[in-house]
Each structure stands twice: as structure tokens, then as C-alpha cells.
Design a protein around this ligand. Structure first.
Ligand code: FAD
Length: 575
């Protein structure tokens, strides 16, 4: 059942207490309560996702952020390598967490990504051969809402039978075939990849999105909502976890007590777990709660007056994310989505069509086609830097194609029709951190993704811009693309492109690694390969913060895989 106040709970002790009803937390809530002998409480700071149009309507995904009623309104520190700019850094603060507000792109990443995780953690359980079952268990491909034939657009063998619904674009746009034809005629330059979930995650293809029947499929709609009536599951929303309290000794801290509050001024209460507390508060929330609980770097904690219960210097460190920016082109077309955003009567008509039968533009995610590409093997930058990608089937950069002006830094111009190629560095070397600003759990932590600080990341973005330009110089775009547009478009020399990038880069919203997993006996890292916090009893972390390194993929797919495997590990440990 769903509760909004801790006082409504009929008990204060559960087998498992899950902190955060986000992408990972809801997978656990659903899988653990399959076992009738386990009682589970999920605690979520945010509100219900029911009836929020921007969450449900795929095309409206960008309207849920940066500062709305369903987000944590975080910002970054001034980014030294981005001309000192402060970036918005929102996360979902609602049932479903960021899976309720994300841009719906679904990618699991290459097999190589998981094989590398296995190597980095010394646990073959994270290798693709073993996690494949959890990928297949998490999602399934469903037909696009308009029912058009998708033969030749995907490979059925690459898809599973799990709750998350994934689909190809529900309404083809005028750029889809141009993207695919450019790829097919280019041969190996922009290789066509019939299904980016095949394990080879390099190539060009139609976007697969977490959409079913024209509406968003999130961890809330797919995993949590269908099981909310289970008698062994309680979900407490609008309640913030302020810290964990240790009941053990200094040699053996036991973290089975969770302190909560409705808001900064309300009285604190506690609930506890008989078996485990599981942190699924995401890459910002999880390290914040750990540090507030005395788990982190002892020198940093001491400065804030927090007594260290577990000295784990990696807590909040190694933050990785994908920098992204927009490459705009003016196009010769009246069919882009630009007029929809400018003209309320067109927008209202599209929304009415969606409300009526979930079809049309609004049933589509903001991007219909994607490309994941690599630097050439002989790129000069490899003389300076070892290739940070997971292998030859893993990309260095990504394009997301949008049939209109996707506003990131520059607002949509009042006139003109546009193509946007969003370019992202998906194999970044730059690393940042999440640190505490204060001991007040209601104050935001200090978030520094440190974007673009590595010259490698700059070299990749430079190549991405050049490649985007040559992509649309191919014959399928003749008569359609007219000219480059905006500050990035105006940049000619390498130095000008880098300078324009520094003014244009934003986050693609993929923070990971802030509680990274390491081998069981390693002194670094925060959790072991079973996702148990090193040196603690009763405490596990299951969310994107445990990734040992960032994958060249949108992160919700890998997060579902991690959570599905974690559910199995937890069941095995306690059955
Ligand atoms: C705007 C945006 C766009 C994105 N686009 C894509 C995309 O297109 N494709 C893709 O694959 N990925 C995308 N992502 C990333 C993806 O959604 C995340 O990687 C994924 O949701 C991470 O899952 P998680 O479980 O680690 O954290 P989350 O899903 O963020 O869940 C964490 C939950 O914990 C709760 N919480 C945090 N602190 C506390 C506390 N103290 N007390 C109680 N509850 C707390 C939060 O409110 C939240 O509900 C996007 C993310 C955002 C924000």
C-alpha cells in the first residue's frame, strides 16, 4: 500500500527497507516481494507520478526539468573546463525516480561493458554471460503505438520478456530514413546496426525507447504500480531519509536503522530492517546519505564535525557523466516539430491526438534515431591516452537526431526549421565528485562532474562535431539540410569548436560511480561485488552509483540490469 506519512505505517520494522523508489529501488521492491516471507518498505522523498502529463507523454519528457515539482533542483559547481558555467543537474524526485523523467532512450550497452565490470571487480558474475539473463528479465520489445511494420528495424532475439516496455518510434519522422540511408550507403564509416541491444553497441539505428502503447514505461509503471496491492509491500512517499543510524560497535557498525523526516523542520522518526537496508537513492542521494551517516572519507567528514563510523574515501568520488551538446542545422522543411513548440493550437491538437489514442508526435521520445561511433584506431589522441572505451564494440561518441530544434543552452529561435544532432562523449575520462556542503540533509550536496577536464574528452567532442557535419553532407540530406546554425555551427577551426563546446555542453543526466564497486578485498571502492558496503553489516547499495566505470550507454538500461541481479543476490543471501 501507499502512504504519505510515517505515522500511517502499521509497523516500524520490515525485513528490507529500500531507500529511494527510483529505477533500481522499484525493481527490488517488486522482485523481493515476490517472496511472501519478505516484508519490504520503500521510502521515497518525492511525490506520486500519477496524473503528471509531462511524465506520461513521451514527447513532453524535457518539460519535467530542470526545476519542477518532480525534480531535485540540483546545480553543479562552476565547471572550470566549461568557461566557469554552472549547470542544472536535475534528478527525478517522484515515484520512478529519474526513470519517470528521463528522455526514454533505452540502451543496454555492449557485452564488453559488463565483461570489463567483471574484470574490475574480480567477479565473473558481472560478466555479460551471467548478466544477460537479468537484461532479458528486465524488458521486452512491444509494437510501436501506430502499429506500423518494424520488420528490418530490430532483431527479436535481442529482446527479453521483462516488465519494462520498449518500442521503436511510434510515429516515423522525415529524418529517420535519411539517418538510416546515410548509414547504409556509407558502409563501414557509419555502420548500420539493426539492433543496438545485440551486444555490439557501435553503429546507427532507430532509437528504442522505454515507451509502451505510446506512454512512458518507468520503474514505477512497470515494476511498482502492478504490485502495490501486495500485503508484504509498503511504500512511503513524501518522506526523506536523513541518515542511517548504527547499532553496532566501532569495529562492526550495523546499519539497520533509517532516520526519516517529512521536511527540514519536522520531527525525525526511525524505521528499521531485520535483514538489510538497501540504498537506492541514486548517484547523488546515495553518497549524500552515506556521508551524513558517517560513512566516507574521514578527513572530509571530520571537517564537517561528522564522526566517521566507516572510513571509505571513495564515497562520492569518481563521479562520471556524459557531456552532451547540440549541433544545429537549418533545414528546408515545414514538418519539423519547431512549429509545435511555437504554436499552441498545433500543440493542443497533437496533445488531443495523444489523449485520444496515444498516437502522433507526442507518443514519440524527443529523438527517433541514434548513432554510436568510434574514433579511428589511428586517432592522434591515442598517442596521449589509452583508449578508455570497453572495446571495439563500444562507442566513443553518440549522436541523437531530433527533427527540430532541441533547446539545450540556446533557446529555440522564433523562426526557422531545424535538425538537431546532439553529440555526447560516451567514453569520458574526466571524473568529478559529490561532497557534503553541510550536515543538514535538506541542503543539497556539492556536485562537480568536472566535465571536459580531460583533453581526451575534448578531442572526442571535436571529432563528434566534425563527424556530424560530414554525416549531413551525405546525399540523403541533399536539399534538406541548408546550413549550420548557432555558435557551434559557426565555429570553423578546432580551437573555435572547442571554445564553442565549452559554452554549449550540458549534462546528458548520467551520473554514475559515486559508490563504486571493487573486488572483495580491495581497499578502494565502496561496495563489494555483492553490493554490500565494505566493512558494514546490514547495508547494501543498489543503484547507478555502484557502477565501477561509466558505460557507453544511456544508464537506465544498465541500472535495471544491476537491480535485477541484485534482487537475485539478495534472495539467495536470505532464502
Ligand atoms: C532528465 C534526465 C534524462 C535522462 N535521460 C535518460 C535516457 O534518455 N535514457 C537513459 O537510459 N537514462 C536517462 N537518464 C538517466 C537514468 O534515468 C538514470 O541513470 C537512472 O534512473 C538511475 O537510476 P537510480 O535508481 O540510480 O536513481 P533514480 O532513478 O534517480 O532514483 C533515485 C530515487 O531515490 C530518491 N531519493 C534520493 N535521495 C533520497 C532520500 N534522501 N530519501 C528518500 N528518497 C531519496 C529519489 O527521489 C529517486 O526517486 C536521464 C536522467 C534524467 C534526470
Amino acid at each position: 500500500a501507499l502512504f504519505t506519512d510515517v505515522g500511517q505505517l502499521s509497523k516500524t520494522e520490515y525485513d528490507f527497507v529500500i531507500v529511494g523508489a527510483g529505477a533500481a529501488g522499484n525493481v527490488l521492491a517488486s522482485r523481493l516481494t515476490e517472496s511472501k516471507e519478505f516484508s519490504v518498505l520503500v521510502i521515497e522523498a518525492g511525490v506520486t507520478d500519477q496524473g503528471v502529463l509531462g511524465i506520461e507523454v513521451p514527447f513532453l519528457a524535457p518539460t519535467n526539468q530542470p526545476m519542477t515539482a518532480v525534480t531535485w533542483n540540483f546545480t553543479t559547481t562552476p565547471q572550470t573546463s566549461l568557461a566557469g558555467r554552472v549547470l542544472n543537474y536535475p534528478r527525478g524526485r517522484v515515484l520512478g525516480g529519474s526513470s519517470s523523467i528521463n528522455f526514454l532512450t533505452y540502451t543496454r550497452g555492449s557485452n564488453e561493458e559488463y565483461d570489463r565490470w567483471a574484470e574490475l571487480t574480480g567477479d565473473s558474475g558481472w560478466a555479460w554471460d551471467n548478466v544477460a539473463q537479468f537484461y532479458f528479465k528486465s524488458s521486452r520489445l512491444v509494437p510501436p503505438v501506430d502499429g506500423h511494420s518494424t520488420a528490418g528495424d530490430f532483431n527479436p532475439a535481442d529482446h527479453g520478456n521483462g516488465p519494462i516496455e520498449v518500442s521503436l518510434p511510434g510515429m516515423p519522422t522525415e529524418i529517420d530514413n535519411r539517418v538510416i540511408n546515410t548509414s547504409k550507403q556509407s558502409g563501414s564509416e557509419f555502420p548500420f546496426n539493426i539492433d543496438l541491444q545485440s551486444g555490439n553497441a557501435v553503429g546507427v539505428g532507430l532509437a528504442q525507447s522505454t515507451i509502451g502503447g505510446g506512454a512512458r514505461s518507468s520503474s514505477s509503471t512497470a515494476y511498482l504500480t502492478p504490485v502495490l496491492n501486495r500485503t508484504n509491500l509498503d511504500v512511503l512517499i513524501q518522506t526523506t531519509v536523513t541518515r542511517l543510524i548504527s547499532s553496532g560497535s566501532s569495529e562492526n557498525p550495523i546499519f539497520r536503522t533509517v532516520e526519516v523526516a517529512a521536511n527540514a523542520s519536522s520531527k525525525r522518526s526511525t524505521v528499521s530492517a531485520k535483514k538489510e537496508v538497501i540504498l537506492s537513492a541514486g548517484s547523488i542521494g546515495t553518497p549524500q546519505i552515506l556521508m551524513l551517516s558517517g560513512i566516507g572519507d574521514q578527513t572530509a567528514l571530520k571537517k564537517l564535525g561528522i564522526k566517521t563510523l566507516l572510513n571509505l574515501p571513495d564515497v562520492g568520488q569518481n563521479l562520471q557523466d556524459h557531456p552532451i551538446m547540440s549541433n544545429y542545422f537549418l533545414v528546408n522543411s515545414n514538418n519539423t516539430f519547431d512549429d509545435v513548440l511555437r504554436n499552441t493550437s498545433i500543440l493542443d491538437a497533437d496533445l488531443a491526438q495523444w489523449t485520444n489514442n496515444r498516437t502522433g508526435l507526442f507518443g514519440n521520445a524527443p529523438g527517433n534515431a541514434v548513432a554510436f561511433l568510434r574514433l579511428p584506431n589511428n586517432a592522434a589522441i591515442f598517442k596521449q591516452f589509452k583508449d578508455p572505451s570497453a572495446g571495439p564494440q563500444s562507442a566513443h561518441f553518440e549522436f541523437i537526431f531530433a527533427d527540430g530544434f532541441a533547446a539545450t543552452v540556446q533557446p529555440q529561435p522564433a523562426t526557422g526549421h531545424f535538425l538537431t544532432i546532439n553529440s555526447a562523449v560516451v567514453s569520458p575520462i574526466s571524473k568529478g565528485s559529490v561532497t557534503l556542503n553541510s550536515t543538514n540533509p535538506f541542503e543539497f550536496p556539492i556536485i562537480n562532474p568536472n566535465f571536459f577536464s580531460s583533453p581526451f574528452d575534448q578531442a572526442v567532442m571535436l571529432q563528434a562535431v566534425k563527424t556530424a557535419r560530414s554525416f549531413v553532407a551525405a546525399s540523403p540530406w541533399a536539399g534538406f539540410v541548408q546550413s549550420r546554425f548557432g555558435p557551434v555551427g559557426d565555429a570553423e577551426t578546432d580551437d573555435e569548436i572547442i571554445a564553442a563546446s565549452k559554452q554549449s555542453i550540458v549534462t546528458i543526466f548520467h551520473p554514475v560511480c559515486t559508490a563504486r564497486m571493487s573486488p572483495k578485498d580491495a581497499s578502494w571502492g565502496v561496495v563489494d561485488p555483492q553490493l554490500l558496503v565494505k566493512g558494514a553489516t546490514g547495508l547494501r547499495i543498489v543503484d547507478a552509483s555502484i557502477f565501477p566505470i561509466i558505460p557507453a550507454a544511456h544508464t537506465v538500461g544498465p541500472t535495471y540490469i544491476v537491480a535485477e541481479r541484485a534482487a537475485q543476490l539478495i534472495k539467495d543471501a536470505w532464502s
